[in-house]
Design a protein around this ligand. Structure first.
Ligand code: ADP
Length: 900
């Protein structure tokens, strides 16, 4: 071993392509050098020092049997860890080889019950011009459960949305994607995905097709029914990568599930976040929709519920089946409770299938499989014996080969003892009757032990001794122990091995012989049992698909129970599904807010005649809540769940799009207004006449007139061109005039009660949504509540009064070269250019013209404001700036402002 142990470590590490290397040295896995320091730091281990090749290195080790939890912790902290095992060659020399590379997406031993997706994303190689950003092929595999999905989407945004939905822990970008920094950062900004640059060969079409067919059967790649080969390339790359890391879960990757966006509701990444489906905007899972409606009894159930909530559907057949199932469960309280108690005892079969396939499952895990399969008859009876029989629920079990499940259960029941040891190499795993040779060994072993058990009595009789016992320990093996008083009276055939305080230990030839026999039998038994166990485990692995089917059915039943439980205990109703273009909610509530608040229910009616509502009302009055509840009720209906309302008719939509205040983006240092406009742009491009759009303030991130103009134009576009359902909360009261100009636009407002108490108005939030626009803005009231000094609040009231008394406000150009551009005519609800031409919107019908609506505001003030806005500070010296300020002050002294 000329290079020394640390030299060997470094050589293996260089080959490993991993952040850290754990190298087996006898009974320990050791980390050396900087790896040792890093691991010690992360996991609170102590380091020792190792001399190697004349130098000293830090070293940190963990016992061989305890590597898994350390590996898991390291990988969960974002490291990839290679494992080098020690082998012995024919000459008895040791050598070491890397056997596994553990990465976030290939960590089998995760303690987290959430899905753990490894994603691959492929775009066409020739994609060079930035106009064409698609299509994209995507594959998502969870090696811990064998879930493997592939799809194709048309553009980068949709690919990011899919990634966000699956929330992968590791991402393998294909050759054209790995250089697309914008795409990669869009994914990594919104998830914790580790990006791994796996060899581009794995993504090559020919090789990927071969790998996919080899795994899932001939012609799989050709028959997945997607348009291009991109999805196959993504799937092939994942398979190749998983194989290369050595995790060995091939057998549990039983099927490839292609899916298309058509079956699902489009939920872009922003909307998934805005609606707080699985975590709140602050990143907490408590307070999310999932946490609120989750009453599942099993981890697979919880995973499936999350999948359903983040991937609502559009196909009525699936939705009707789910709703019928929830309805049946909701009506059968007792049966549901019994079923939940039964499911509570179910193990995570999908995860167990992967552990069995990888060879890491022990006897206890096979027992869990046996027990869970044993629940099937009880579950089936609950579904078929009573009031659930006529619902679609019994069909949940249809995919399961029940006979095979019963056989497997029986095989396991006949094989494994009820309380098996943790290790699988030392025997005592199997029941008698499982294997003849093993029975024979056990008989011999027991006979030998019986002989030993009877030895003490025989010795007493034969030699007239009273204080004799036979024992066994690690150092002495079997021995005969004789009390001190009789120790000198033992026959010569007893040879002395040890003297203790009150006794002496001896052995006799027959005992030594039995001991050898017992050791030989134990060794043989251990070897045979391990062999049998591996055979059994492999035969179970061959049934991975069966285990996954049962696991999936249990998860589905668990989700139905959970949805029904929530519906029953919160007074939710079954929604009536309808064609797009209709949404009628009686006494709707927000599913999360209603948990913690005395909630005031509200109605909502959208149809083909009135599909666009402008929602006004003071800050904090409940606008967002009202709009989100509409989105969540629609979403829940399309999950197949009951909804928080007294009655609801939900037209099935093709997508939900939202844009709400982007506080967190601000925190990330992105321009809020840019993000706002990107989100708006995405909505205007993507929504169709069958979508639901929620806009919570648009245009706030820029100057008022910019903002109104954008909001105005977006409203027209959505109304005239897209024609979808839209709820738009705005603080621009000017917009409410649109209702009289655009057919399908209506106004609603969240009501408040005002009470004049003499020293100012008291506002009570009523939380009820009423027809019509609010007649006033409450911004000043909020400023007052927030403690803005009285002179400012008072002055603001005066200014507002003044503005109100005039009929129009002016929209200013952004530079001094652009004077007054347009006039917003409140009474006509339209913009007019300064020379009086109405701009590209329907002519006003009340005869107002620009001339009478031009503001008479102070020209001095206007000119100061314009100059202030356009002055480029960077271009001026401080002295020049001071001169300017002085000039403005002089100008202002001539205006009415100076009177206050
Ligand atoms: P806005 O969008 O008008 O600023 P929000 O929708 O954010 O107001 O609501 C403000 C607060 O009012 C929320 O935190 C919520 O708890 C409460 N709220 C909103 N709607 C209702 C309601 N219908 N019933 C009871 N409380 C409500």
């Amino acid at each position: 071993m000329s290079q020394g142990i640390v030299g060997q470590f470094h050589a293996l590490k260089a080959d490993s392509d991993a952040d850290l290397l754990a190298m087996q040295c006898g009974d320990f896995y050791e980390f050396f050098d900087t790896d040792a320091e890093c691991v010690a730091d992360e996991l609170d281990l102590t380091t020792s020092t190792k001399s190697s090749g004349g130098e000293s290195y830090p070293m940190a080790g963990v016992p061989v049997g305890e590597l898994t939890p350390y590996l898991t912790a390291l990988v969960e902290r974002g490291y990839t860890v290679a494992v080098a095992d020690q082998f012995e060659d024919d000459n008895g020399d040791f050598y070491r080889e890397i056997t596994r590379r553990v990465t976030p997406g290939t960590l089998l031993e995760t303690a987290d019950s959430d899905a753990q997706y490894l994603a691959a994303v492929v775009a066409p190689n020739e994609q060079t011009d930035d106009e064409s950003t698609g299509p994209y092929g995507l594959a998502f595999a969870d090696i811990t459960t064998g879930q493997f999905l592939v799809t194709e989407v048309e553009d980068a945004d949709s690919a990011v949305a899919e990634c966000y939905r699956f929330d992968p822990v590791e991402l393998l970008p294909g050759p054209a994607v790995r250089t697309d920094d914008e795409f990669l950062s869009a994914v990594t900004d919104r998830s914790d995905a580790e990006v791994t640059l796996h060899t581009t060969d794995a993504f090559a079409p020919g090789r990927a097709t071969y790998t996919v067919d080899e795994q899932f059967g001939d012609e799989t790649a050709d028959s997945i029914g997607l348009d291009s080969e991109l999805a196959v390339r993504a799937a092939g790359a994942i398979l190749a990568y998983v194989a290369e890391t050595g995790v060995g879960v091939r057998q549990s990757m039983t099927r490839l599930q292609p899916y298309t966006a058509d079956d699902h509701l489009t939920l872009d990444a922003t909307t998934q976040r805005n609606l707080e489906l699985v975590e709140t905007m602050q990143g907490d899972s408590a307070g999310s929709l999932l946490a609120t409606v989750d009453h599942t009894a099993t981890s697979p159930g919880r995973r499936l519920l999350r999948e359903w909530l983040t991937r609502p559907r559009r196909d009525r057949a699936t939705l009707d089946r789910r709703l019928d199932s929830v309805a049946a469960m909701a009506a059968a309280a007792l049966r549901r409770q019994r079923l939940q108690e039964t499911l509570d005892g179910a193990a995570d079969l999908e995860r167990l299938a992967s552990r069995v396939a990888s060879g890491s499952a022990g006897a206890n895990e096979l027992l869990s499989i046996r027990e869970t399969l044993g629940l099937l008859p009880d579950i089936a009876a609950e579904l078929t014996d009573g009031e659930l029989a006529d619902s679609p629920l019994p069909s949940v079990l249809d995919d399961i080969d029940r006979e095979a499940a019963a056989d497997l259960r029986e095989t396991l029941a006949d094989a494994i003892v009820d309380d098996p040891p943790q290790t699988v190499t030392q025997g005592e795993l199997f029941k008698r009757g499982y294997h003849d040779d093993l029975d024979e060994l056990i008989d011999q072993h027991e006979a030998a032990k019986e002989w030993i058990d009877g030895l003490a009595d025989r010795l007493k009789q034969r030699h007239g001794l009273t204080h004799v016992s036979v024992g066994r320990n690690k150092t002495d093996g079997y021995y005969i122990q004789v009390g001190q008083s009789e120790a000198d009276a033992v026959p010569d055939s007893f040879s002395h091995v040890k003297t203790l305080k009150n006794s002496k230990r001896f052995v006799i030839d027959e005992l030594a012989e039995r001991e050898r026999e017992i050791l030989r039998l134990e060794e043989q038994r251990g070897e045979l049992e391990y062999e049998l166990f591996e055979e059994l485990r492999e035969s179970v692995a061959a049934q991975s698909a069966l285990l996954q089917d049962v696991g999936r059915a249990i998860a589905e039943l668990d989700v139905y129970c959970s949805l029904a439980t929530h519906a029953a205990s919160n007074g939710w109703c079954r929604p009536t599904l309808a064609d797009p273009g209709e949404l009628a909610i009686d006494a709707g509530r927000h599913p999360v807010v209603e948990q913690t608040t005395e909630f005031v229910p509200n109605d909502l009616q959208l149809d083909r005649d009135r599909g666009f509502l402008l929602v006004t009302g003071p800050n904090m009055s409940g606008k967002s809540t009202y709009m989100r509840q509409a989105a969540l009720i629609t979403l829940l209906a399309q999950v197949g769940s009951f909804v928080p309302a007294d009655a609801a008719t939900v037209g099935v939509v093709d997508g939900i799009y939202t844009r709400v205040g982007a506080l967190d983006e601000l925190a990330q240092g992105r321009s809020t207004f840019m993000v706002e406009m990107q989100e708006l742009s995405n909505i205007l491009h993507s929504a169709t006449d069958e979508s639901l759009v929620i806009l919570d303030e648009v245009g706030r991130g820029t100057a008022t007139y910019d903002g109104i103009s954008i909001a105005w134009a977006a409203t027209e576009y959505i109304h005239n061109r897209i024609g979808c359902h839209c709820l738009f909360a705005t603080h621009y009261h000017e917009l409410t005039a649109l209702a009289s100009h655009l057919d399908r636009v209506g106004n609603v407002h969240v009501a408040v009660a005002n009470e004049d108490r003499g020293d100012g108005e008291e506002i009570t939030f009523l939380r009820t949504v009423e027809e019509g626009a609010t007649d006033r803005s409450y911004g000043i009231h909020v400023a007052d509540l927030a403690g803005v000094p009285e002179p400012v609040v008072g002055r603001a009231r005066d200014v507002l009064e003044k503005l109100r008394s005039k009929k129009a406000v002016e929209a200013k150009g952004s530079g001094s070269s652009e004077p007054t551009q347009a006039v917003f005519d409140l009474s006509a609800g339209e913009f007019r250019t300064a020379d009086g031409d109405a701009r590209e919107i329907e002519p006003a019908d009340n005869g107002a013209n620009a001339a009478d609506t031009t503001t008479d505001s102070d020209p001095e003030l206007e000119s100061v404001l314009t100059a202030l806005q356009t002055t480029d500070i960077d271009e001026m010296s401080p002295v020049e700036l001071m001169a300017k300020v002085q000039q403005w002050q002089e100008q202002l002294s001539k205006t009415e402002l100076s009177e206050h």
